[in-house]
Write a protein that binds this ligand. Structure first.
Ligand code: ADP
Ligand code: TYD
Length: 200
């Protein structure tokens, strides 16, 4: 089973994924957690670009989009497919839905979709619903460095783009919405409730 977790920056993805991993382990399934951009060479190049030192410098957006897609091919080949073959449950923190929401800030949605056609559909898309205010508060409170996509007006547009993505894929992937406004101690209960009909 392949699960992609998505949400805007500050939605609490990492925190939620830790709880989801704990839940799946309680079902006696082996699970691996992985993320995009990856820790592979292709992902390290992207992280370097995303660093705050590049805020304000012109980015070649098509190159960024192609880099995320290239890293994704590596991710599937090197990490995701081998783990799925071993019957592990795979959770990825971000997947091609992120490219659709973030890279379509600057380039056409259809173009970004086109270069990601190779990416297999996950079995489940988990989307964390959070208000912009909560996300921004968390980013301001807990972070001392800001990546290039974490500024408020950009986050608002990314949030709108995610709505488009969710609509676009509503018929093609089982989507589970988690409540990103909950306290960390309440997240596990939300997962238990919303995953109760999922057969691991
Ligand atoms: P993301 O991976 O989406 O950027 P994180 O899980 O890293 O989000 O959370 C961003 C920050 O907000 C972290 O410092 C974390 O401690 C805090 N945080 C995450 N989830 C919650 C929550 N449910 N309630 C309060 N704070 C949270
Ligand atoms: P991530 O590490 O998830 O951010 P954080 O841990 O700070 O929440 O992702 C880094 C940034 O990369 C994030 O702002 C979203 C962006 N991103 C894209 O723009 N396109 C993509 O395809 C992916 C996977 C991430």
């Amino acid at each position: 089973m392949f699960i992609a977790v998505e949400g805007i920056d500050g939605s609490g993805k990492s925190t939620t994924i830790t709880e989801l991993e704990r839940y799946i382990k309680s079902k006696n399934r082996e699970v691996i957690v992985t993320a995009e951009p990856t820790t592979l060479q292709s992902g390290r190049i992207i992280r370097d670009f995303l660093d705050k030192k590049n805020v304000g410098t012109p980015l070649i957006h098509e190159m960024m989009a192609l880099s995320f897609a290239a890293d994704r091919i590596n991710h599937l080949r090197e990490i995701i497919w081998p783990a799925l073959k071993k019957k592990r449950v795979v959770i990825t923190d971000r997947y091609f839905f992120s490219s659709l929401a973030y890279q379509s800030l600057n380039i056409s949605y259809e173009w970004v979709k086109g270069i990601n056609r190779f990416a297999m559909m996950p079995d489940i898309l988990v989307f964390i619903d959070v208000s912009l205010k909560t996300a921004m508060d968390r980013l301001n409170r807990f972070r001392n460095e800001t990546e290039i996509y974490e500024q408020q007006d950009m986050l608002a547009q990314i949030d709108r783009n995610y709505k488009t993505v969710l609509n676009d894929f509503a018929e093609r992937v089982k989507t589970i919405h988690l409540d990103g406004e909950l306290k960390p101690s309440e997240i596990y209960g939300d997962i238990e409730l919303k995953f109760s009909d999922v057969n691991f």
